[in-house]
Design a protein around this ligand. Sequence first.
Ligand code: HEC
Length: 160
Amino acid sequence: MNSLKIAIILIAAGVVGLLAVNFYLPPPYPAYTPSYTASDFKSNGERIYFTATSNSGEPIIASIGTMRMYGMLSCATCHGADGKGGRGAMMMWTFDAPDIRYSTLTTASGNETPYNDELIKRAVTQGIDADGNRLEPPMPVWQMSDSDLNDLLDYLKTLK
Ligand code: HEC
């Protein structure tokens, strides 16, 4: 390998390293670091649903407005362990979290557009419902890797 190639590789590694550091910079409040392991859950999707942490260790970030949270709120916190939703409360404020079992989301109800896989992913990562309307807080807007999002979707499909 000539030294030019080595130099290019080193520069590329440095750039990736910088991006990674940026991405992992701690939030302005103490990071919440629960100690789950892969064996605590049957699948990565189940782990994400209940803990908002991933087997890969890649960050899963929930944003509600300007608030960013890591592993503090999970889908189960609001939509329930069974995905059926219900009434939740946060800081003296109550809200109704909808049923997000896959079968419910993908079945047409009234004049609402049924979800499909892509629309569910959009709802989770962009906070937009199947009809194109903005999902209201406290539904967070989620950031996670594509593979984590796919695992989460697979898990929603198992909720009956
Ligand atoms: C802090 C509470 C909270 C958390 C945490 C939360 N949600 Fe929600 N979610 C809601 C609320 C409330 C709504 C309804 C918002 C609205 O109707 O505008 C909602 C709506 C949704 C919808 C749209 C349902 C529909 O009928 O249109 C989907 C899909 C969804 N959530 C999936 C998830 C997933 C997956 C997670 C975990 C990654 C999650 N939510 C975490 C509160 C929450």
